[in-house]
Design a protein around this ligand. Structure first.
Ligand SMILES: *Cc1c(COP(=O)(O)O)cnc(C)c1O
Length: 466
């Protein structure tokens, strides 16, 4: 399989190089040159398969020659063997038509583990036997940092430098990062905000002298391999609910549009998806874009669902590209306009194309709390704030009565204990496998939010290019 950039000028790459590159050199995002398809017979054949076997069948066409089938199976077995549930992503029924797809049984209790556990293994496999050494640099407001650190801790040929804003992530989130003591993990608490941390990381990628010395790599959801790994659970869930003989709708708590874009890919591959419901909180740029064609940034309002507190959704570019005839030059022009004015209109083709599959909704704090209370009292399920936003949108969506609606449960409720306790009066305990988190030793360094301080730190501890 070959991959092309959404902005038309970066070279085409294979799966291996796309995984190692992250962002395309023309500023665009990589997508496969064509969508592989699975016929109804092939989808029917997934019935009863394990998560790992489903993953191999769904991902093999995207991986192409970069990994053999046995190698891919071995990596999936290793990645998903670390999950706390045999089904990896179990389905839970709430009422006659609503289901939860629990994606939080990985090591750090958020759905990001599903993709990052595999990405860590892809990195290690693709640099094995070369003289390459990867330097992962990232900024996190919580979930991505811990999932990425867990995925690469102790792996050969990789260093990870993760910046978080000092005192501005929850205790659980900080400890999930800082109690990982492997020598290749470098936690930095910066004296500044998340935006400062992100600006530092961007500056490192754009600094020719720094990027020339280190093989820097990103682990945020612009990396295609992450989205590919997320396509799998749409197939896994839909087949359990009767696909290909029955259509299924999904409601997805959305921030950077990575998770729900994976659902779009599943639909393009032939999975009968009735609707993809994009659930946003009050930071509703995606709801405005999908319902009214208005993609314009505002200011970010902090909410109880911080992973959805976004100003722009980087993966939305992949959808706009696919819906606009895959014209890289036109999309590059549209994105340049957006980057200059922080606002754009979707074209008619983009809006109509999106309307065929996507619906969207904006859920405020009261509606989120109501959904948590409903799930607790009616189905005995404790939801985290992100999942509750997804469920609120699912219950309000206009979907034919016979179609099952699956809400993606993106985080374990114990990760957001305060918000859950406020809404339900119940404080969810941490699952036993992370129960000693508060007794473990922490290690991190505090640095000022200056470019020189951070790059100096990385230069001292990292491994430069040969
Ligand atoms: C990252 C995250 C999201 C948003 O997912 P995107 O792929 O960025 O749309 C939703 N919920 C939780 C708990 C997350 O960690």
């Amino acid at each position: 399989m070959r991959y092309q950039s959404t902005r038309g000028t970066a070279p085409e790459l294979d799966f291996r190089d796309v995984t190692l590159a992250g962002l395309a050199s023309d500023g665009g995002l990589y997508v496969p040159v064509e969508w592989p398809t699975m016929g109804a017979d092939q989808i029917a054949d997934l019935a009863g398969l394990s998560y790992v076997e489903t993953a191999v069948r769904v991902m093999q066409p995207f991986v192409g020659d970069s990994l053999g089938e046995t190698e891919l199976r071995d990596l999936c077995t290793a990645a998903y063997g670390r999950f706390g549930h045999d089904a990896v992503t179990p389905l839970v029924q709430l009422d006659h038509r609503h289901f939860l797809l629990e994606l939080f049984h990985g090591p750090t209790l958020a759905f990001k583990d599903v993709a990052l556990q595999l990405l860590g293994l892809f990195f290690e496999r693709f640099i094995a036997g070369t003289d390459r050494h990867l330097t992962i640099v990232g900024a996190t407001s919580g979930d991505t940092g811990s999932a990425a650190i867990d995925a690469v801790a102790g792996r050969e040929g990789i260093d990870i430098f993760m910046l978080h804003p000092r005192g501005r992530v929850s205790d659980v989130q900080r400890r999930q990062m800082t109690t990982v003591l492997s020598p290749n993990v470098h936690n930095i608490a910066i004296e500044g905000s998340f935006d400062d941390a992100q600006a530092m990381v961007k500056a490192m990628f754009n600094d020719a002298s720094f990027a020339g010395r280190f093989q820097v790599t990103a682990v945020n959801s612009i990396n295609w391999a992450r989205l590919m790994a997320q396509v799998v659970y749409y197939f896994y869930a839909a087949v359990r609910l009767g696909a290909p003989h029955r259509t299924v709708a999904f409601s997805v708590p959305t921030g950077n549009f990575g998770d729900v874009f994976a659902g779009y890919v599943a639909a393009r591959m032939g999975l009968p998806v009735e609707r993809l419901i994009v659930a946003t909180n009050v930071n509703d740029i995606l709801h405005r874009a999908l319902s009214a064609g208005d993609y314009s940034t505002g200011t970010v309002t902090p909410t109880a669902a911080p992973s959805m507190d976004i100003q722009v959704s980087s993966n939305f570019e992949r959808l706009l590209f696919d819906l606009a005839g895959r014209d890289g030059a036109a999309l590059a022009e549209q994105m340049r306009g957006f980057e200059a004015s922080r606002a754009m209109r979707l074209t008619n083709a983009q809006q109509q194309g999106a309307g065929k599959l996507f619906a969207s909704d904006r859920i405020d704090a009261g509606e989120m709390a109501q959904a948590m209370a409903w799930a607790a009292s009616r189905a005995g399920q404790i939801l985290d704030p992100h999942t509750a936003i997804g469920l609120a949108a699912a219950r309000r969506a206009d979907v034919a009565a016979q179609v099952p609606v699956v809400t993606l449960a993106t985080a374990h409720p114990a990760k957001f204990g305060d918000a859950v306790e406020r809404a339900t009066g119940f404080r969810p305990p941490l699952p036993p496998r992370v129960g000693d988190l508060f007794d473990r030793e922490e290690r991190y360094d505090v640095l000022p939010a200056t470019f020189d301080a951070i790059t100096g730190y990385v230069a001292e501890r990292g491994t430069p290019k040969p």
